[in-house]
Design a protein around this ligand. Structure first.
Ligand code: SAM
Length: 244
């Protein structure tokens, strides 16, 4: 129902109540909207609940009978962002986990691919990343600690793409569409988003093609080549700015 037929009423209402609308509301109903007995309007009560109501009679005061409560409008999908990061050499993954946690990442999916320097990450590194995630969540006063998954091969990561509404595949050879524009195309309809960032040596064309075949959207982060541990953080910051 259009907002024109929506009226605020004092107090909490319930189906079966009869409400009275006077003044400009009564005038609008009778003379602007030209409604009559039996027509329906929408009422919003003091507890912000919305009801449909049927007009009973019109005059200086309009009386209406409260019918049913209306379901609240569906909230836009809550944006959750996971980061699939090709595990970099050394302790750079620690930085991605710490800063990514501060930037709101819901889960980290470490992986390795053809040009990865390391192959997988042992239990000790995984435990350290999980400790870092917990510490960063506490420091940044988050209400949740992001998951850090076991490290998987690229093929297994790609198999998870269907779990997401949008998969953003950071690729320096992608079409140079400005990042903000590409994100504004993808994000509004997305609830669960996965960002995929390659290793120091980058993705192979075969990996990029596999990702695109599985629904990944390639994304340029601009003309400069960012370090692997910089790329996800840049993306997270821009997404955060656009979604706020
Ligand atoms: N192949 C790159 C080169 O020519 O030096 C190296 C890869 S870069 C160090 C590591 C990862 O960060 C890439 O696989 C990609 O996911 C991401 N990345 C870095 N710069 C990027 C850019 N300008 N556009 C898109 N992705 C980028």
């Amino acid at each position: 129902m259009t907002a024109a037929r929506r009226f605020f009423v004092e107090g909490a209402k319930a189906p079966g109540d009869v409400v009275e609308l006077g003044g400009s509301d009564a005038h609008k109903i009778a003379h602007v909207l030209r409604l009559g007995a039996g027509d329906t309007i929408e009422l919003i009560d003091s507890s912000a609940r919305t009801f449909s109501a049927a007009l009973l009679d019109l005059g200086r005061v309009v009386r209406a009978s409260v019918l049913a409560e209306q379901a609240p409008p569906a909230a836009p999908p809550m944006l959750t962002v996971d980061v699939a990061q090709a595990v970099p050499k050394g302790s750079r993954m620690d930085v991605v986990v710490e800063k990514g946690t501060e930037l709101g990442v819901a889960a980290f999916l470490p992986f390795f691919c053809e040009r990865s320097i390391g192959r997988g990450a042992g239990a000790e590194r995984l435990a350290r990343w999980r400790r870092i995630a917990r510490g960063a969540a506490q420091q940044s006063r988050r209400t949740s600690v992001p998951d850090v998954h076991e490290t998987v091969a690229f093929e297994h990561l790609v198999a998870r793409f269907p779990d997401y509404d949008a998969v953003l595949f950071a690729w320096e050879l992608a079409e140079p569409v400005p990042l903000a524009r590409r994100l504004q195309e993808v994000l509004p309809a997305a609830g669960r988003v996965l960002l995929v960032v390659g290793p120091e040596g980058g993705f192979t064309h075969g990996e990029a093609e596999m990702a695109m075949r599985s629904g990944g959207v390639t994304l340029s982060l601009g003309s400069r080549i960012l370090r692997t541990d910089t790329a996800a953080l840049v993306l997270l910051a821009v997404i955060g700015a656009l979604a706020s």
